[in-house]
Design a protein around this ligand. Structure first.
Ligand SMILES: *[C@@H]1O[C@H](CO)[C@@H](O)[C@H](O)[C@H]1NC(C)=O
Ligand SMILES: *[C@@H]1O[C@H](CO)[C@@H](O)[C@H](O)[C@H]1NC(C)=O
Ligand SMILES: *[C@@H]1O[C@H](CO)[C@@H](O)[C@H](O)[C@H]1NC(C)=O
Length: 313
């Protein structure tokens, strides 16, 4: 059996060279180079800290395991570029100008164990943002002075999470339902936020009591300001689950009045019915008597009386 004629060695070698050349120049992702102003080492660590970068570095080695872009002025984490780095384990984005993180930003970073988003200008964290980060062990998200909203299920899927730090943000409430359910969580930093010490935050206050945090204090309401969350937890529990509130008392007063009124009206109605019935009976009796009298007047008593007269005469 004969195969197709073998191509001569020379054109094949040229073709391979051509493919390599185009591959290298057309796709920066395949380069073994290093981004401008960054330092890359053979441990797959890319260090770009404090380089006045305003955009995410390009030309990153595809196999990068640690990326440090802290102390720059980067305004956005581009999902596409980031998700090529599927071997990334460590990502430090602290002290930049990030204002938001889209839900697809971390879509492919399944090995990421450490993420630092501190000292940025994030304002809210959505439901799915950290969802794909199945290996995330430590998440630092402190010192975002505008951060006032974290979705109740933001960390629900981060089953490996051990340390979460959301200190010194602008948080007033935090729903801890999904946090409590995380099996590995052992430390949560909450201090330096203007926490609301009202019933909406009762669970958090009671939880902090167990964790015993020093600088975790109430920011509102006014009469609770500065008090430690752990202290007010017990107070909130009795305050928020009062057996009777003022509305309950009002309810009882109204219900009492309604019952009283209904009783009075029904008694009156009963009275009226009784009176009418009595009158009816009386009338009927009188009518009977009258009928009897009428009958007797024609042939009964008077005739008897007459005969009496006749006899006595
Ligand atoms: C943030 O980075 C700037 C340089 O871009 C630096 O001067 C500043 O000290 C850093 N701040 C913190 C809190 O690390
Ligand atoms: C923090 O949140 C409050 C509302 O809860 C808002 O009035 C205030 O401006 C926020 N602070 C910053 C620095 O964004
Ligand atoms: C807290 O979040 C859970 C889901 O994680 C939700 O079922 C619950 O209603 C939330 N609680 C409050 C007070 O919003």
């Amino acid at each position: 059996m004969r195969l197709a004629p073998q191509p001569s060695a020379r054109p094949l070698r040229l073709m391979v060279l051509f493919l390599l050349a185009t591959g290298v120049t057309a796709s920066p992702l395949l380069s073994s180079g290093c981004p401008d102003r960054c330092v890359c080492d053979d441990q797959l660590v890319v260090q770009c800290a404090g380089q006045h970068l305003t955009t995410f570095p390009v030309n990153l080695p595809l196999a990068t395991r640690q990326l440090i872009i802290s102390n720059n002025r980067i305004v956005e984490l581009p999902a596409l570029a980031l998700n090529y780095l599927s071997d990334l384990v460590y990502l430090d984005c602290s002290n930049n100008s990030l204002t938001e993180i889209s839900e697809s930003t971390f879509g492919n970073l399944r090995k990421l164990a450490y993420l630092d988003l501190s000292f940025n200008t994030l304002s809210r964290i959505e439901d799915r943002t950290f969802g794909p980060l199945a290996s995330l062990v430590m998440l630092r998200m402190t010192d975002n002075p505008r951060l006032s909203e974290i979705h109740q299920d933001a960390f629900a899927e981060n089953a490996a999470l051990q340390v979460l730090d959301v200190s010194r943000n602008n948080l007033t409430v935090l729903n801890i339902t999904s946090l409590i359910a995380l099996p590995s969580l052992r430390s949560v930093g909450l201090s330096g936020n203007p926490w609301s010490c009202e019933c909406e935050n009762e669970d958090l206050c009671l939880w902090v009591h167990l964790e015993d945090e020093g600088q975790t204090v109430c920011g509102s309401p006014a009469d609770m300001q500065g008090r430690r969350l752990g202290e007010v937890g017990i107070q909130l529990r009795s305050l928020c689950h009062q057996t009777l509130g003022s509305w309950d008392y009002l309810f009882f007063v109204v219900i009492g009045f309604v019952i009283f009124a209904a009783g009075t009206v029904s008694a009156w109605l009963m009275g009226v019915v009784m009176v009418l019935y009595e009158r009816y009976i009386k009338k009927k009796d009188e009518q009977l008597d009258a009928d009897e009298e009428d009958e007797g007047g024609e042939m009964g008593r008077p005739s008897r009386a007459r005969s009496h007269h006749e006899m006595s005469n």
